[in-house]
Write a protein that binds this ligand. Structure first.
Ligand SMILES: Nc1nc2c(ncn2[C@@H]2O[C@H](COP(=O)(O)OP(=O)(O)O)[C@@H](O)[C@H]2O)c(=O)[nH]1
Ligand SMILES: [Mg+2]
Length: 383
């Protein structure tokens, strides 16, 4: 079976552009057209983009139409705006919340996380469905969005029922979760979670460590593959988990789903926090601090943390100055044991050191002594 490549038209404010692009490429969506809005752009209340832009867009969609073309607007959309866009463009339209949920869905390991995401999706859809129902009643929608008011009504009822069903299932699952966690611990495979913001290099590192090469162009297939894989370290099987990326300014509707998706970190024996050393320090610092706050919020406490300073091939000092600054932040903010390892996944630099440190942290070996100067430069430790 062949899977067609998903294509996107992206609309984002300039401040959010890089983040939006990173998120899209992390789910293998190819952006074929990007519209950048001023940071202080005030959306058109009817169509978000405004009349002129909409007719340009409409022409573009007409010329590039496939079943896999989606318009992503990296912002909040009101029901009215979304419906008008759908009506005019006749191609799927997704807003920021929907994009983020699409990414969570790829990483959701447990049934609980999957349900939590579906629930967030449904709750987010509800206002759109309501708008659709009321327009169908005015018979404003004879064609595109379904056969009319009965279909719209039925769908609305279906969504409401599904939401209450999920609520009950989630309550059930929560009760069983503790039991499952204890079982998993008894099974005895240590779990290492790979965390960090989008584009830091988590998936690359995961692939490198577990030597799994994921198909990048087959979106459906990657989605079905659990992002967990094992590797033998000193004869012991260790599971690595590629977790969902942290996102700045997370919309409140998705926070619960986000935390549940991150339970792979909460239940891990060790977490790696990957950061991109090629970014500006201001940005690295902001992301590092918010990551440490997220880790503590989801209950990753009392455990060791390995910060992986990645992409050092793009720095002119092999990431040393970044590692030093990172260690200052950790001294202030991370009250438990931590280490910093500098890597370049791309150039295969530092990976063996990292494995060695993981192994030591999990208690799988006593540390191989290295010459002190060499060692000090390579790995910084605290507490
Ligand atoms: N220069 C450089 N690029 C890297 C390195 N590690 C990852 N990348 C690139 O960074 C981008 C994001 O990597 P990815 O693993 O998808 O990041 P994720 O979003 O954290 O999973 C990709 O284009 C990778 O090829 C590295 O060490 N050096
Ligand atoms: Mg990734």
């Amino acid at each position: 079976m062949r899977w067609a490549k998903k294509e996107a038209i992206l609309i984002a404010k300039e401040d959010d552009l890089t983040e939006a692009q990173n998120l899209l490429s992390s789910i293998n969506v190819e952006t074929i057209n990007t519209i950048i809005l001023r940071a202080n752009y005030i959306p058109d209340p009817k169509t978000y983009v405004g009349k002129g832009r909409l007719s340009d867009l409409s022409r573009f969609v007409e010329e590039h139409r496939t079943d896999y073309l989606t318009l992503y607007i990296y912002d909040d959309l009101r029901p009215k705006q979304k419906i008008n866009l759908l009506k005019e463009l006749k191609t799927p339209v997704k807003d920021k919340v929907e994009l983020i949920l699409e990414i969570f869905a790829e990483h959701a390991g447990s049934k609980e996380a999957k349900l939590q995401i579906e629930m967030a999706e449904l709750l987010h859809t509800l206002p759109f469905v309501k708008e659709w129902v009321s327009r169908a009643k005015l018979s404003e929608f004879p064609g595109f969005m379904g056969p009319g008011r009965y279909a719209a009504d039925a769908y609305y009822t279906h969504v409401k029922r599904r939401i209450s069903r999920i609520r009950r299932e989630l309550a059930d699952l929560r009760r069983r979760r503790e039991v499952e966690r204890r079982l998993r611990q008894r099974r005895g495979i240590p779990h290492v979670a790979i965390s960090g913001h989008a584009n830091a290099g988590k998936t690359s590192l995961f692939n490198k460590i577990t030597a799994s090469s994921k198909p990048v162009s087959q979106k459906m297939f990657t989605t079905l593959t659990p992002k967990i894989s094992t590797r033998l370290i000193n004869g012991v099987k260790v599971a690595f988990v590629d977790t969902v990326g942290f996102v700045r300014k997370l919309p409140h509707e998705v926070i619960e789903a986000f935390y549940t998706t991150l339970e792979q970190i909460t239940s891990s024996d060790l977490t790696l926090l990957v950061i991109d050393a090629s970014e500006e320090w201001r940005l690295i610092r902001e992301k590092l601090i918010s990551s440490l706050e997220t880790l503590s919020k989801i209950g990753y406490v009392g455990r060791e943390l390995i910060v992986v300073v990645n992409k050092v091939d793009l720095t002119d000092d092999e990431g040393i100055s970044t590692a030093v600054k990172v260690s200052d932040v950790l001294k202030d903010m991370y009250p438990w044991k931590w280490k910093i390892v500098r890597t370049s996944v791309l150039k295969n630099y530092g990976i063996e050191w990292l494995i060695n440190e993981v192994s030591e942290s999990l208690g799988l070996l006593t540390k191989i002594p290295q010459s002190p100067t060499h060692f000090e430069k390579q790995i910084v430790e605290g507490r």
